[in-house]
Design a protein around this ligand. Structure first.
Ligand code: SF4
Length: 330
């Protein structure tokens, strides 16, 4: 029999500091330089954010050779390889680097270990923009490891000088399994100097684990190309949710999902504006799930200052974020 209908709302969820900074960077660039402002790749992996910025005058391109010479181009939160930076400079583009500082940290680690002649096993999804950017820092030294199974077959030249690094938005549990299997084969494998999987990815996974054990159904708001959103669906299923779905918008919810469902868990990926979650909650309320309980597992107050190119305006006013001000977005 179906019990009391309720929603468990995971917290933290939604925007992380790196996404907030990247989105505000495009908004500020539009404000300062006027439309159009070009953006290489989706600024963050969320269709709603991209559509709204397009409406405001941003033009998203795949590569910098699509940007008119001399124009402003923003590099996305996922980061770029040095080859992309050079190509932009060769074209005379005015680059604004919105790479998340936590991705830049992994780039720096890659450069440092490559300089010391380590082989770097980069755990991540081949083809993902962040992995392409990091691998491009030291292509001769980096091998991408896609999965725990791949760890059983990857080859290295010198097993005594190997380090692993990772993409920032992976499943923590799966990554640890990949590392465990790598270490069976390479006992001297070194760990990164600090966690590469970022605080936001980790916090959202911890929160959904707590929600999932009591949920008949979990709804994750996030886009299909958002790595951390897709991981939230997998983690929810692993930790006890009877079913879990990812949606971009509330109107993708299907009535058949609610058969026999008392408790619905809700969360959102790190690139998702809260307004989209509120629309889901409104739909759920309409279906009788009005009782909403927040399940909070961490507080987040991290805020990154804007890319240096946008930190002061022509009048010499500083970015309020650099002064510890609040973000301009929800
Ligand atoms: S998910 Fe993590 S690494 Fe990616 S933008 Fe957000 S804080 Fe940065």
């Amino acid at each position: 029999m179906q019990g009391h209908k309720r929603v468990l709302l995971a917290a933290p969820r939604g925007y992380c500091a790196g996404v907030d900074r990247a989105v505000v960077a495009v908004e500020k660039a539009l404000e300062r330089y006027g439309a159009p402002v070009y953006v290489r790749k989706q600024i963050v992996h969320n269709i709603h954010v991209v559509t709204e910025l397009e409406a405001a005058g941003a033009i998203f391109v795949d590569e910098v050779d699509e940007v008119p010479a001399g124009a402003h181009v923003v590099f996305s939160a996922h980061g770029v390889s040095p080859a992309v930076v050079s190509a932009a400079s060769d074209r005379g583009l005015q680059a604004i680097d919105a790479t998340c500082p936590l991705v830049t940290k992994v780039h720096r680690e890659a450069v440092r270990f490559a300089k010391s002649d380590y082989e770097i096993l980069l755990i991540g999804h081949e083809g993902h923009e962040e992995v392409e950017g990091t691998a491009g820092e030291a292509p001769e030294h980096i091998t991408i490891v896609n999965s725990p199974d791949h760890a059983d077959e990857v080859e290295v030249k010198d097993p005594s000088k190997v380090v692993w690094l990772s993409q920032t938005t992976l499943s923590v549990d799966e990554t640890m399994e990949t590392v465990r299997r790598l270490r069976v084969r390479f006992p001297h494998l070194q760990d990164p100097p600090s966690d590469d999987i970022c605080y936001a990815t980790q916090n959202r996974q911890v929160a959904i684990k707590k929600v999932a054990k009591d949920a008949d159904l979990v709804i994750v708001v996030g886009s299909a190309n958002s790595s951390n959103s897709v991981r939230l669906v997998e983690v929810a299923l692993e930790y006890g949710a009877k079913a879990a779905y990812r949606i971009d918008y509330a109107d993708e919810i299907e009535q058949s999902w609610f058969d026999g469902v008392a408790t619905v868990g809700v969360t959102s990926g790190a690139s998702v504006p809260e307004v989209l979650v509120q629309e889901v909650l409104a739909d759920l309320a309409g279906a009788g799930y009005r009782d909403v309980e927040e399940v909070k597992t961490a507080e987040e107050d991290l805020l990154f200052s804007l890319p240096k190119e946008l930190r002061s305006d022509a009048a010499g006013n500083r970015d309020d974020r650099a002064l510890g001000g609040r973000t301009t977005r929800p």
